[in-house]
Design a protein around this ligand. Structure first.
Ligand code: YH5
Length: 269
């Protein structure tokens, strides 16, 4: 077997207004059940987020975010045997989350908040740097690029430089082009088709396409509850194009698709 099977990052939302789970997993005990079920279904990372970053969302206070994520991270200690990532842009949340057991910082803002790079360096965890144009509140109002792939490469080059200067090693970095974060459908498709180009930085690549509006658009504006097969299909294309980690809501279904892909990829007559 020469091709490596990608890692599935299972999304555990703990936001009351969470775009797709409607706050279902906000209470810690059901969040734990959901996390365990995702691990049983093949998740290799559990990503916990308490800050809504869907398009149009307002910012969340530090305290609200801490109150949502910290009890869940603490309760997961000893309950699951895979790394926990914290989906946050706030240094205070990064610190408490890592002290409570998280070992990956997943930042949709690529550590651009004041003090975030220094905090990540101090905590010595793995980091995922995601590209976003604008802020969640306004990012889908006319996103604009000269060349979406080149522009995002330039962004990654600068963020890697800043991270390395702060003492974060290259092998502790994952890059993510940030599907849907200040991108129109054409931008998202260009990024998916050219995903392998981001391997030029020599680090792992993460792709998060699950349930996003891109999938809804490609299916003739299907609503979020009807995007599972479209999401699995997009995840598989991302994997074929070099994604090392895929961030998904539907872990079991995505895992089946990847298992089939992986065995066919490595089959020798
Ligand atoms: C990501 O891509 N995304 S939170 C809008 C949707 C559906 C889903 C309109 N955190 C990413 O999942 N972290 C989020 O439909 C992320 N990469 C990384 N690294 C947004 C989300 C979503 C938003």
């Amino acid at each position: 077997m020469d091709v490596i099977q990608p890692i599935i990052m299972g999304v555990l939302n703990v936001t009351p207004d969470s775009f797709s789970d409607g706050g279902k997993f906000f209470d810690a005990s059901s969040a734990i059940e959901q996390a365990k079920s995702m691990v049983d279904s093949g998740a290799g990372i559990i990503d916990i987020g308490g800050e809504s970053t869907r398009p149009g969302a307002f910012a969340v206070s530090i305290n609200d975010e801490l109150n949502r994520v910290i009890p869940v991270i603490k309760a997961l200690q000893g309950e699951i045997n895979v790394p926990i990532s914290i989906d946050t842009s706030k240094p205070e949340v990064m610190e408490q989350a890592v002290e409570s057991g998280a070992s990956i910082i997943n930042d949709v803002n690529a550590l651009r908040a004041e003090g975030a790079v220094e905090m990540a360096a101090k905590l010595k965890t793995h980091v995922c740097l995601m590209h976003m144009q604008g802020s969640p509140r306004t990012m889908q109002n006319n996103p604009n690029y000269d060349d979406v792939v080149d522009d995002i490469k330039r962004f990654f080059k600068e963020r890697i430089k800043v991270c390395e200067a702060a003492g974060i090693e290259l092998n502790s970095i994952t890059l993510d082009p940030g599907f849907g974060f200040g991108k129109n459908l054409g931008h998202n498709i260009a990024l998916l088709k050219n995903l392998s180009e981001f391997h030029e930085f020599g680090v792992t690549i993460l792709a998060g396409l699950s349930r996003k509006s891109m999938i809804g658009s490609l299916l003739g504006d299907k609503n979020v509850d009807s995007r599972m097969i479209g999401s699995v299909t997009a995840a598989l294309i991302a994997v074929e194009n070099g994604a090392d980690i895929i961030r998904v809501h539907d872990v079991s279904e995505t895992n089946d698709a990847i298992k089939v892909w992986h065995q066919i990829k490595n089959f020798r007559e």
